[in-house]
Design a protein. Structure first.
Length: 78
């Protein structure tokens, strides 16, 4: 599972939207969590957005803070 933590006022988050839309259209499952609407960010210790967290079996295995290119996002998801 890939979690993406975002905020409606985050400029890098907005800039990544087309990249995320493309990845999702290509079959990558990325769960978006708006930090202003949920407390899930507290569970994962997210302090900056955008933050991407990859989990397997409920455990964090990778984290990236900040915007990414399309290729970086695909590498992160794979």
């Amino acid at each position: 599972m890939i979690y993406r933590f975002t905020s409606p006022t985050c400029i890098p988050c907005k800039a990544m939207r087309p990249i995320l839309d493309r990845a999702i259209a290509e079959g990558y499952h990325i769960e978006t969590s708006d930090i202003t609407e949920t407390n899930l960010y507290e569970e994962y210790g997210v302090t900056s957005v955008p933050t991407f967290i990859r989990t397997e079996n409920g455990h964090e295995i990778n984290r990236h803070v900040g915007a990414m290119t399309y290729n970086e996002l695909i590498d992160f998801c794979s």
